[in-house]
Design a protein around this ligand. Structure first.
Ligand code: B4P
Length: 190
């Protein structure tokens, strides 16, 4: 099984690259952002809880997203592998993911981190916000808060995978295809 953690700040291109990776490698795409937006759109109790936090640029509580991922893993027992996109976003989530995967005897293969400077992230997200209808992409203040949440709570997750020798970093500036080729090169080396 190939289990890939695609890592990076908001707007780094995780969702964009995931779409190409699932086509090439036949993996199941697990995006906690997408899954939370479905809950929000359906107006479920979980979605209503998440909405306020997401629209304000904050992270949703660990136990909520861990529960969502656990259900999705159970629902895809015969998968060739998974792309974890936007998860784990805290060290507690990374520890919980290891425990979940241990029980299924299928560990994380590799983590790939997309590096993009803050000013480019802000530019990309504001551009997407013009037609995505996502409230968290429309407001520069909320975007800066998301980047701060990333630096405070998510960036330390890189250290978690470094200690397991699974961390790889690539430049997230360039064309979508150039970045996709760089990701493919790392996957091939595993
Ligand atoms: P996410 O949905 O994960 O959103 P994201 O980080 O903004 O997206 P991504 O990095 O995938 O960017 P994309 O490829 O689309 O999270 C949203 C919210 O959900 C969080 O703030 C949080 O509240 C909550 N949440 C999600 N997961 C959570 C968790 N695990 N724990 C707690 N809370 C959680 O790219 C962005 C833009 O850049 C696009 O418009 C794209 O076209 C453009 N782009 C991509 N690649 C490019 C390139 N090479 N050059 C130029 N532009 C490019």
């Amino acid at each position: 099984m190939l289990n890939l953690v695609l890592f990076g700040p908001p707007g780094a291109g995780k969702g964009t690259q995931s779409q190409k990776l699932i086509e090439k490698y036949g993996l199941i795409h697990l995006s906690t952002g997408d899954l939370l937006r479905i809950e929000k759109d359906n107006g479920t109790p979980l979605g209503l809880e998440a909405k306020k936090l997401m629209d304000d640029g904050k992270l949703v509580p660990d136990e909520v997203v861990i529960g969502i991922i656990s259900n999705k893993l159970d629902a895809n027992l015969n998968a060739k592998g998974f792309i974890f996109d936007g998860f784990p976003r805290t060290v507690a989530q990374a520890e919980a993911l290891d425990t979940l995967l241990e029980s299924k005897k299928t560990p994380i293969t590799v983590m790939i981190a997309l590096q993009v400077p803050d000013d480019e992230l802000e530019r990309r997200l504001l551009l997407r916000g013009k037609d995505s209808g996502r409230p968290d992409d429309a407001n520069p203040e909320v975007i800066r808060k998301r980047i701060k949440e990333y630096n405070d709570k998510t960036a330390p997750v890189a250290g978690f995978y470094k200690t397991q020798n699974k961390y790889n970093s690539i430049n997230g500036i360039g064309s979508v295809n150039e970045i996709f080729d760089a990701i493919g090169g790392i996957i091939a080396s595993y």
